[in-house]
Design a protein around this ligand. Structure first.
Ligand code: DUC
Ligand code: ZN
Ligand code: ZN
Length: 483
């Protein structure tokens, strides 16, 4: 047998399906053997006693996304992917966002330019469709889906992004025809606008009123509407960044009716509450994101949803704005009203360790479910599986080797993003990736990043594995085929 480039020895491998002890043999960036007692490789890593899992895939993060309001995202494809790698993530899927009036193709080309030469781990793109003109729907979107941009996000709120119900239906119909997966930001825009107006008129301008302007009801109503529109068109959808009980109830209801409605949640809905928006001196702006964090009872519902299968994916929704920066949270001034604060919080680097520490090590979440939520299901939903998202012969050698004997306090100064704060400052963790391997190369060996800008490769995506309309789905049981 030709010599192996790397052997990760004595690994305690966890995949979404299995848990077993073996050596992992890697050649040319690909896993070529899984066995005990593999011959020596050119390089050896001893993982004895440690969990080795597929590298994380962050299926929802915003990097260097052009903004129209004078703000600027703090992370580009270099700092963002370094930060991801140091937190155990080996693939990111950020958004090529169409600005109104712009062609989708121009947005994609612009976004490629932003990534090239900078990314240190592999990346794919979702599209954001904000201007579904006839040309976009009939020509551009189908062409881009065929070229490997097989998922796209649509918004039900934000003035420069939102689609009305008719536009959503037309866009969903293209997804159905072309086999793409649609991610939906579900919040009722008119309710938010009306509540915002009321709050501002009453002089309630502080960051904490951001949460009051987007109560659970607005998310529940839009989630229900998104589900109904997708049912009408008969197309799978993913409801992204679900924040609490009422939206969970809608998704569970849809799933119970056999609809292909998937759910995503994020660390902010497990670890933050609306009280984090309270801080003095405008500090609450650091946790302004949409939907907003809720309360402890809703956190519990989100934990339950991760355990009981309502959610398929766990993403960061990393949307990085610096706090003390005129292009960041203070873009409209030190004491801007809540509606002028850019939405979003950082979380690429802390996503996996937070869930591992508080989910797996507390026994709330099985290790296999952790892998499914943070890697395998993401790869399947976005057409990156089986190259990504598993530890299997033929898969890319994207691995994370966990240190689970640590006693760590999250400090922003130890993170690698370009944001001047983390919402999780001071939180205690019992696990952190000791090593991240991307296509057989060590990119993070605690406490050092070992990265080469531009080594990350663009990944065209296949059509998503489960994204088939109901009418085309067949479940094969014991040879019989059911509709
Ligand atoms: N909400 C979004 O929809 N996107 C980015 C950040 C946020 O808070
Ligand atoms: Zn969103
Ligand atoms: Zn987002």
């Amino acid at each position: 047998m030709e010599e192996l480039d790397l052997v990760v020895r004595n690994a305690h491998v966890v995949t979404a399906a299995d848990e077993f002890d073996c050596d992992i043999g890697i050649r040319d960036g690909v896993i070529v053997s899984l066995a005990r007692g593999l011959p020596a490789g050119r390089k050896e890593i001893d993982a004895a006693g440690r969990y080795v899992m597929p590298g994380g895939i962050d299926g929802h993060c915003h990097l260097d996304q052009p903004m129209t309001d004078g703000t600027k995202m703090a992370d580009d494809f270099h700092s963002g992917t370094v930060s991801a790698a140091c937190g155990g993530t080996t693939t990111v899927v950020p958004f090529a966002c169409q600005l109104k009036g712009q062609s989708l193709r121009a947005a994609v080309e612009d976004y490629h330019r932003r990534a090239e030469g900078k990314a240190v781990i592999d990346y794919a793109f979702h599209l954001i469709v904000s201007d579904p003109t006839p040309d976009v729907l009939q020509r551009e979107l189908p062409e881009l889906i065929a070229e490997g941009y097989t998922s796209f996000k649509i918004y039900m709120t934000y003035d420069d992004l939102k689609l009305n119900d008719r536009q959503i239906l037309e866009t969903l119909a293209v997804a159905r025809r072309e086999g793409a997966l649609v991610m939906i930001h579900a919040e009722n825009t008119d309710c938010i606008a009306w509540l915002t107006e009321q709050l501002l008129a009453a002089g309630h301008t502080a960051p904490r009123f951001h949460a009051a302007s987007r109560p659970m009801l607005v998310e529940r109503e839009a989630t229900h509407r998104a589900i109904s529109l997708s049912e009408l068109v008969d197309v799978p959808i993913l409801i992204v960044h679900v924040s609490g009980k009422e939206a969970v109830e809608q998704i569970r209801w849809a799933q119970g009716r056999g609809l292909q409605v998937y759910g995503e949640t994020c660390p902010q809905y497990l670890f933050l509450t609306s009280e984090h928006l309270d801080g003095d001196d405008f500090h609450g702006a650091k946790c302004v994101c949409s939907p907003p964090p809720r309360d402890k009872a809703n956190q519990q519902v989100i934990w339950d949803g991760l355990e009981n299968g309502v959610f398929q994916v766990f993403s960061s929704d990393h949307a990085p704005f610096r706090f003390d920066d005129p292009q960041g949270k203070k873009a409209a001034g030190e004491n801007a009203s809540f509606d002028q604060i850019p939405n979003g919080i950082p979380g690429l680097e802390t996503r996996l360790a937070l869930l591992f520490s508080e989910g797996v090590l507390t026994g709330r979440i099985e290790p296999q479910s952790f892998v499914a939520l943070t890697s395998t299901n993401v790869a399947k939903l976005y057409g990156l599986y089986p190259r990504k998202g598993s530890i299997a012969v033929g898969a890319d050698a994207d691995l994370v080797i966990w240190d689970t004997d640590v006693n760590l306090t999250i400090r922003n100064e130890q993170l690698h993003h370009n944001v001047d704060y983390t919402p999780y400052e001071g939180m205690k963790l019992r696990a952190w990736p000791g090593m991240t391997i991307s296509r057989g190369e060590v990119v993070w060996s605690a406490p050092h990043a070992q990265v080469q800008p531009g080594r990350g490769k663009f990944l065209p995506c296949a059509k998503p594995t489960p994204a088939r309309p109901r009418s085309e789905r067949r479940l094969s049981i014991g040879g019989a085929t059911q509709g």
